[in-house]
Design a protein around this ligand. Structure first.
Ligand SMILES: C[S@@+](CC[C@H](N)C(=O)[O-])C[C@H]1O[C@@H](n2cnc3c(N)ncnc32)[C@H](O)[C@@H]1O
Length: 432
């Protein structure tokens, strides 16, 4: 390990502190001290994690960490962009899998070497710092996060923006966030590229957005493309991309926390939908949690499932339906998981629910749902038929009748008369 500097040199301690927990002792080299007086404790050098953009780092401490490293581990593009004089240590081109990078960093640190892991932008922002800090002491030297550069390229501030990563999760969360929020950055992933995001946003009926697609930010190959959702859906973009989406003023009515949306927001078979006012009551009784699992049994058009997914984007919503035509409509929404089949058999293999809405199916379906319900969970069921409502109320404990009379025009003078709809029973429980 020629060229190694003492542990107490400038790199080891340049203002750095571990992100978490106590300083690890394993693998540390002893520090010489006097025979009497305070005992000098061996201290492991933190692994430096340096954020880069196109071979540039931010700050003196980052530069010192690069210069003083015995070994630098990172993507070839980061290593190639670093001049030898800026980082003379041994270079290991390794960026994935992340576990292998951390294994190597830990091994080399345990040998007493000063290790520097190279990262993009801010390693503490959807980056390597969280996992690394859980394993060994780290000193993080961030460059501006790619999202910061992306908003700069889009020409807008981002203190009021929502930021979503598509790495390791479905795009449903990103889609719902974009639909709901006027200013969003989405960090896309190789298996969830920008064009897929665009296609899913269009399929979800997202309103118009001004789109800026930023690839390879801060590097010589940086590319910034401006357009709209159609351009996003039809384009082809590199894997390392941040997409900035801005709602065009006035912000469309799709955002916010409105519920009980009009029936025509959900394509459906004639009359076969939980009507807006009844749906509003049912959603209230469901008392949606921020996260967890919801089943919409006999989902039909998916109006309930889709409203739940929209109101609580982190909820995993399963829409269970037996009819092929309804299933086709349900599959148009990326925000819900569609389960084809007859309940209760179709419940097999689903995660246990925190909430269940039963829009179709008899007492056997209700009993099966209750048997799977998490403690503290709620089931809401709607019925037109008295006998089924009575059976459900006996099981769930609560029932109301919702009788909606809708104002409809009469004559040409703008007068309205009331037109009654069939009453619906809304049952809920076992919680109040
Ligand atoms: C009144 S509709 C539900 C309406 C739905 N909540 C909506 O807003 O569109 C009842 C639906 O339940 C479905 N259904 C009834 N029993 C079922 C069962 N045992 N398994 C799966 N689907 C069922 C029917 O095919 C129908 O689409």
């Amino acid at each position: 390990m020629s060229g190694a500097a003492p542990l107490t040199g400038p790199v080891a301690m340049s203002g750095a502190a571990p992100l978490t927990g106590p300083v690890a002792m394993s693998g540390a080299m002893p520090v010489a001290g006097p025979l009497t007086g305070p005992v000098a404790m061996p201290v492991a050098t933190p692994v430096a994690i340096v954020g880069l953009h196109g071979g540039e780092w931010f700050g003196r401490a980052a530069g010192a960490a690069l210069r003083g490293a015995d070994v630098l581990i990172g993507a070839a593009r980061h290593l190639d962009a670093l001049l030898p004089a800026a980082a003379p240590g041994e270079r290991v081109a390794l960026a994935a899998p992340l576990a292998a990078v951390l294994d190597l960093a830990e091994r080399r640190q345990a040998r007493g070497e000063r290790v520097c892991v190279l990262s993009s932008g801010d390693p503490g922002f959807f980056g390597v710092a969280r996992l690394a800090a859980a394993r060994f002491p780290v000193a993080v030297h961030p460059a501006p996060p790619s999202v910061s550069l992306a908003f700069a390229r889009a020409g807008v501030n981002w203190d009021d923006a929502a930021v979503v990563s598509a790495h390791g999760r479905s795009l449903a969360h990103a889609v719902e966030t974009v639909r709901r929020h006027p200013k969003v950055a989405v960090l896309t992933a190789p298996d969830q590229p920008p064009e897929t995001l665009g296609q899913e946003l269009l399929a979800a009926g997202c309103g118009p957005r001004q789109v800026t697609v930023c690839s390879h930010l801060g590097e010589a190959s940086e590319a910034v493309v401006h357009g709209d959702l159609e351009d996003l859906a039809q384009g082809t973009y590199p894997a390392r991309t941040v997409v900035v989406l801005l709602a065009l003023p006035p912000a469309s009515g799709e955002m916010g926390y409105a519920w009980g949306l009009p029936d025509d927001a959900f394509p459906h078979r004639a009359g076969m939908i939980t009507k807006a006012e009844v749906r509003a009551v049912a959603l209230g009784k469901l008392a949606l949690p921020a996260a967890g699992v919801l089943w919409d049994v006999g989902a039909g058009s998916g109006s309930v499932a889709r409203e739940c997914a929209r109101l609580a984007p982190s909820l995993r919503v399963y829409a269970i339906e037996r009819r092929a035509d309804d299933l086709e409509r349900l599959r148009a929404s990326s925000a819900i998981h569609v389960v084809a089949g007859e309940a209760p058999a179709a419940f097999d293999g689903l995660p246990d629910p925190d909430r269940v809405f039963v829009g179709g199916g008899g007492p056997a379906v209700l009993d099966a749902a209750l048997a799977r319900l998490h403690a503290g969970g709620v089931v809401v069921a709607t019925y037109a038929a008295l006998d089924r409502a009575a059976a459900a109320a006996a099981r769930l404990g609560h029932v109301v009748q919702v009788a909606v009379s809708r104002g409809v025009p009469v004559g040409d003078g703008g007068a309205l008369r009331l037109e009654a709809e069939n009453p619906v029973f809304v049952c809920w429980g076992p919680q109040a």
